[in-house]
Write a protein that binds this ligand. Structure first.
Ligand SMILES: [Zn+2]
Length: 422
């Protein structure tokens, strides 16, 4: 199972020291918003903007007991602003939206801005802006020192409102920030990391791991399929392939959910395109994915390079037809007649017959192994860490993600997370 991460020979950037992390999810006791003054773009006469930082955790988004902030009947862009008398260092916030199933609904989108002394600027490095009802919606961002934090809402189905807005100096994690593997795995995990550091001198300088891709998208991943086969693909098979790929990718991401400050409960996967030699091989006429015909690279169909993360590691896609939303982070390269697989920052390659034959399987183990490589995990052809038996990344010794595989993935996060501000 060839590991083929293409590592540019750049200077080695070693990270100094360990990052300090929040030991637990912050709550009202850490909430800096309590000492701020709240104002808003507009407030309905029967509502109160002071609701947003009064320290009352709502029971539901349709709170009929406590005071609320809402903008009915106004829609479009609305904002609520926290102002402090002295600068605060802010690194995270969470929002409980007001939604009465009528004139006030969860927003279509939102973002946070800080005041830089002359204007409002979007906070950097935001991990995502979820819009769920009946819960706090958390975002971590690059630490900023400011006297004002502005929550900018774009209305969706109706006017908008907020029941509580909290702001913190530390990142919000889903659980303890401690690295706490089972005792028997500590030694083999440290052996693995030492081996990785010795084998890949540019380990900390490389910027296109799956980790970098997920963060660049604020918690999602896009794929393009390279169909290097003359076998026809119906719309139904296409959809099965998409669903199957998403299920396999999710198995790795589920390992991270709630672990050591990892900010994403889910990492949605979207297939945005297919590449093929002959358009007639793809037996659908809808335009649900981009189709690239006869763009041959490496003797195989290739999706548009201006849309590919591998070719645009900066994360900008100025020449991608359709724009950045049509970009792909990884390729699922399916090759007729291929045995085994390969994986790296560019994606994964497995046999097309193998993948289609396993499309409904719970574990497509070669693909799982190759996705592991895309997140940096190594092969174990010539050595085995102390005290561990079969595991997925030791090819041929397991057919699903084992506890050791899971902890190796988490160990990559432990060592890389500081680059994302965690
Ligand atoms: Zn391998």
């Amino acid at each position: 199972m060839l590991r083929r991460i293409v590592v540019p020979l750049a200077a080695i950037a070693m990270l100094a020291g360990g990052a300090t992390v929040a030991e637990a999810a912050p709550g009202q006791s850490d909430n800096l918003a309590r000492t701020a003054t709240a104002t808003a773009s507009y407030t309905s006469s029967w509502e109160s903007v002071a609701a947003v930082n009064d320290g009352i955790d709502p029971a539901t988004s349709n709170d009929t007991v406590n005071r609320r902030w809402g903008t009915w009947p106004n829609t479009g862009e609305q904002w609520v602003l926290l102002t402090w008398s002295a600068a605060q260092t802010l690194k995270a916030a969470d929002v409980y939206f007001f939604d009465d199933n009528g004139g006030v609904r969860t927003p279509g989108s939102w973002r946070l801005q800080s005041w830089n002394g002359s204007s409002y600027v979007d906070v950097a490095g935001a991990t995502g802006y979820p819009t769920a009802a009946n819960q706090y919606n958390a975002v971590n961002f690059t630490a900023v020192s400011t006297t004002r934090l502005r929550l900018v809402l774009q209305s969706g189905a109706a006017s908008v409102g907020v029941l509580e807005l909290r702001a913190y100096a530390t990142a919000i994690g889903q659980s303890s920030g401690n690295w706490n593997p089972p005792a028997g795995l500590v030694t083999p995990l440290n052996q693995v990391w030492q081996h990785v550091e010795q084998t890949y001198p540019n380990l900390y300088g490389f910027r296109n791991y799956g980790w970098d891709q997920v963060f660049a998208n604020r918690g999602s991943i896009n794929y393009c399929v390279r169909w290097d086969s003359s076998a026809p693909v119906s719309a139904a098979l296409r959809d099965q392939i998409h669903a199957s790929l998403a299920r396999q990718f999710k198995k790795w991401m589920d390992v991270m959910a709630g672990h050591n400050g990892w900010p994403y409960q889910n990492v949605p996967l979207k297939v945005v395109g297919w590449a093929v030699r002959d358009r007639a091989t793809l037996q659908w006429s809808d335009n649900s994915v981009d189709v690239y015909v006869n763009n041959i690279r490496e003797n195989a169909p290739q999706c548009s390079e201006p849309c590919g993360r591998f070719f645009n590691v900066s994360g900008n896609y100025p020449n991608c037809p359709g724009g950045a939303s049509h970009h792909y982070d990884m390729s699922l390269w399916l090759t007729a007649g291929m045995n085994g697989g390969a994986g790296g920052d560019w994606g994964q390659r497995v046999g097309s017959e193998y993948f289609v034959g396993a499309v409904n399987n719970d574990n497509i183990h070669i693909l799982l192994h190759e996705i592991g490589h895309s997140f940096g995990l190594d092969d174990f052809y010539d050595w085995t860490p102390t005290g561990v038996g079969g595991f997925l990344m030791k090819a041929g010794s397991a057919t699903s993600i084992t506890e050791f595989d899971a902890w190796m993935l988490r160990d990559w996060w432990r060592h890389l997370k500081s680059r994302y501000g965690y």
